[in-house]
Unconditional design. Structure first.
Length: 71
């Protein structure tokens, strides 16, 4: 599944707000641009417990509207 960021995030935030969490599993890994991010939970429209820069990618800032894709 995929959705988009509802607000920009910096390279260290550990909660990601998306428009709709229905496309996402209860925990897993998403990709925003070139960064992979693991998460441990879903709360409302937020992916929580995020670990930034997963799978040897670099944590980065992302802007509102960027695509968040389950991988």
């Amino acid at each position: 599944g995929a959705n988009s960021l509802t607000s920009g995030i910096n390279d260290s935030i550990n909660q990601i707000s998306v428009g709709n969490t229905n496309p996402f599993t209860a925990s897993g890994t998403v990709q925003i641009n070139n960064e992979k991010i693991t998460y441990t939970g879903v709360d409302g429209t937020n992916l929580t417990g995020c670990t930034r820069g997963a799978a040897s990618t670099d944590a980065a800032s992302h802007t509102s509207g960027d695509t968040v894709k389950q991988i």
